[in-house]
Design a protein around this ligand. Structure first.
Ligand code: EPZ
Length: 422
């Protein structure tokens, strides 16, 4: 397993290009199952999760080819020869559950392994299943697999989500495009990745209204065609790298950054005293050397503060002036970065879903361990500001969601290298 060594090296300066969104690409790719025509995605990120989704789609009989080093994905599933999404693949990546809705909508049957939990929580899929049942699906749980059938095809229905769920909204949205009649999704997720999916489905011929609001209405059609669609910018990668000049000073322009994708996050950076400016090429973040001000954070569904930026924000708050209270309200166990940050001298107290962080003048480099995707990158951010050397182990977590972290940060002056474990 590889490690990444970061040495605090003062202010950063330069530009970082932001890639296409992992969490958009992971729902756009299964959309190919809805049509017999080719679906091409441009601006696709080059990540291990994308490779896992590619393997899953290919195991179902879809063809997936990567052009331009993986930035373009050309997919077609004119004939699926397997309708079973195997546990071996699904257990590696929860987003695999997103093949269920499309496969069921198109062919009337699907068998998908339950994804199982992950480090940050139990991650149930009950809302996905309830949504499909509301569209007439017959579901049976057997030996850890969901056996789904819709003999006469899915029919339009009303899906009223008791809590906002990104994945369940995506599964239901895709399934509804081919259901007979009208489907209404109430209390739908409003994330930019949902809007991106709806725009892609519309290019394929779907009839959708209301994406980005709490109510999405879909008029089913008989079939969908092919399309070419650019993956939306990754707002989580964007927010992550915006924190780099915030935590160790300097000025960095994030190419492709869009302020509408990170509204709530930018409000917190502004309150902390970090300057964010829109430029012709994206967003420029600057902060003189010195400590930012502590701010409180509560994670919420979009357009609230994203849970996927909570760990990274905690790293910044560890060096802030004052005390910050971070409330994680989306997942039940998403503070695993806290003990690692404490090893670097941070002052953090965790009680249930609340972490109280009292900023310290300077963190100290130390060997730390990545536990999940976003925790891993929060340790790298902390290492940028720490005195001395921080060694982050188990960086395979990082490869799931961040392409070329070392070269992107090296490009703005960070002292960072990747080594194979000795
Ligand atoms: C998506 O996960 C993202 N993953 C997550 O990003 C992100 O943290 C999350 O949305 C919230 O924004 C992808 O898009 C691939 P949810 P998802 O369904 O869809 C509960 C990352 O770091 N819930 O919105 O799984 C669930 O336990 C990853 O890139 C149910 O109870 O999230 C959680 O508490 C991590 N039943 C809450 O809802 C269900 O059927 C929100 O989960 C589904 C979810």
């Amino acid at each position: 397993m590889d490690s990444i060594i970061v040495t605090g090296n003062g202010p950063l300066k330069g530009q970082i290009a932001i890639a296409g969104a992992k969490n958009a690409c992971l729902t756009l790719m299964p959309a190919t199952l809805l049509s017999e025509e080719p679906l091409t995605l441009t601006n696709a990120p080059r990540l291990s999760d994308i490779k896992t989704m590619t393997t899953l789609l290919q195991s179902l009989g879809a063809e997936v080819s990567q052009l331009q080093g993986g930035q373009v994905l050309v997919m077609s599933s004119h004939a699926l020869d397997n309708h079973v999404a195997d546990y071996d693949i699904v257990r590696k990546m929860r987003a695999s559950i997103l093949v269920l809705g499309p496969m069921l909508a198109r062919d009337g049957h699907a068998v998908v392994s339950l994804p199982g939990g992950c480090a940050i929580g139990a991650r149930p899929v009950d809302l996905h299943l309830k949504a499909l049942e509301a569209m007439g699906a017959e579901l049976e749980l057997k030996d850890g697999y969901v056996h789904a059938r819709a003999p006469g095809g899915l029919r339009g229905g009303v899906v009223d989500f008791p809590i906002v769920s990104v994945g369940a909204t995506e599964n239901a949205l895709m399934a509804a495009t081919l259901a007979k009649g009208t489907t209404v999704l109430k209390n739908a997720a409003r994330e930019p990745e949902i809007v991106d999916l709806a725009q892609c489905l519309r290019r394929m011929g779907a009839q959708i209204e209301g994406e980005g609001t709490h109510t999405i209405t879909i008029q089913g059609v008989d079939r969908l065609g092919g399309a070419t669609h650019p993956v939306v910018t990754d707002r989580i990668e964007l927010g992550t790298y915006m924190l780099a000049p915030a935590i160790c000073g300097g000025e960095v322009e994030l190419l492709g950054g869009r302020i509408d994708l990170v509204g709530a996050f930018c409000e917190k950076l502004d309150a902390a005293g970090v300057s964010v400016e829109e430029t012709a090429k994206g967003l420029k973040v600057s902060h003189k050397n010195g400590r930012v001000k502590a701010v409180d954070v509560v994670t919420e569904p979009f357009p609230g503060f994203p849970t996927d930026l909570q760990a990274q924000m905690m790293a910044l708050m560890c060096t802030a002036e004052g005390t910050s209270v971070l409330e994680e309200k989306i997942f039940e166990n998403r503070f695993m970065h806290a003990p690692e940050l404490i090893r670097m001298g941070a002052n953090i107290e965790v009680h249930g879903g609340t972490a109280t962080v009292t900023g310290v003048d300077r963190l100290k480099g130390a060997p730390v361990m990545a536990t999940d995707l976003r925790a891993s990158v929060s340790l790298i951010l902390a290492g940028l500001a720490a005195e001395g050397e921080t060694i982050v182990s188990r960086v395979y977590h990082l490869d799931r969601g961040y392409e070329h972290v070392v070269s992107k940060l090296e490009g703005v002056g960070a002292k960072i290298e990747r080594v194979s474990d000795r």
